[in-house]
Design a protein around this ligand. Sequence first.
Ligand SMILES: *Cc1c(COP(=O)(O)O)cnc(C)c1O
Length: 339
Amino acid sequence: MIDLRSDTVTKPTRAMREAAFEAEVGDDVYEEDPTVKKLENRAAELTGKEAALFVTSGTQGNQISVLTHCQPGDEVLMEANAHLFLYEGASMSALAGVQPRTLQGTRGAMNPHEVKAAIRPDDIHFPETGLICLENSHNKAGGAILPLENMQEIHRIAQESGIPLHLDGARLFNASVASGVPVKTYADQTDTIQFCLSKGLGAPVGSIIAGSEDFIRKARKWRKRLGGGLRQVGIIAAPGLVALNDMVDRLAEDHEHAKQLAEGLGNIEGLEIENNVDTNILLVNVEGRGKTSHEFLEELKSQGVLAVPFGPYTVRFVTHYDVSGEDIDLVIERVHRCL
Ligand SMILES: *Cc1c(COP(=O)(O)O)cnc(C)c1O
């Protein structure tokens, strides 16, 4: 089976398993796990933030950020297809008691003028705008990279309005490797940031939130409230360190593979590539073959290839560490066969 459902399916490397085995550990709820501290310090350094916190998942990292920034009754601004809005079980409403407000963007990027206009004035009728969220790279927009200038403009508006800005950077390292913009430069445009260790970077578990010391102190308490205070978790943080040290530069290979796949599939009549392939995500429209995404995926599965539906006629393919250039050639061949 060639599994292109997500970059979350990567298995930990040998170096990660060895690092887990060798990890020095302690009770992290007492802040006594030296490996977790090392990971958090490294993450703070990479993002140029004062402090960082190791959390169980990207969803937990985003939701702890919302809980820490907002009060119940606040409104949170985000792009219409943000992961925070589509794929996190409405947890910002269920847990933080806030209301999401979405703005339709272009390739995942909101128009700064619309963001500014959406910020609530002081009026008894209105919720207060408690947070603005960005997503880079943007999953639903096909791994699109947010232009740095777009982030800078929205950051300026947020600062002028005294509203914090959170970046869902689940795949920020993909964006950085592909654009050449350092992670720190992106992070500078935000108050807080979440990134995943367990996607393209290949670690088995975990995400990071980074921000000011004061923010991380409060976030640590929210993590504990949510049951995310873990004990000898250095055993899981150790592969995360390997991910940050060894697995970043190679993301360029995944991006190459996604382009290779786009070229191969784009040549097949009736298949349409929907996105500009910036990073490791490819969206293919199969309507021209008279098939729904589900029908197409069933046939593809019988040929030994997995991907996911991303709309009635849209299929998402994600390249990652466990998929080689030869695998991509095989995928193209098998798509030919099932059409
Ligand atoms: C995967 C993802 C998340 C959530 O990460 P999990 O570890 O799966 O909870 C958040 N945001 C984006 C953009 C993602 O792609």
